[in-house]
Design a binder for this molecule. Sequence first.
Ligand SMILES: [Zn+2]
Length: 110
Amino acid sequence: MIKCKCTFAIRMLGEGCRYCQPQEYIDRMHEQMADYAVSAYNQALEDVAAAIKIGADELDKLRSEHDKALNLLKSWQTCLGARRGSCDDEGRVTWDKIDALLASQSPPTP
Ligand SMILES: [Zn+2]
């Protein structure tokens, strides 16, 4: 008990040091570690959720760029002619190339 500097009141409250109240001290340490573990775990969950959100935002951006590109191709097609049949020979070749490109496209998926 030489190293203990706790007052009588503190010892009575069960809040003494590791010399005068080893078991209470250990219990408090365990409680603090448990609190720390819980908050570290919650922080990790928040970090993962934030990372997933960034992924979702990027995916939305990619989808939107993809849609823009497809719409540009469609606009180009209608510049060639209202329908495939109304295009000239060269226009029909380009029309078919655009059609093939549009058919091969699907939106980006995760
Ligand atoms: Zn003490």
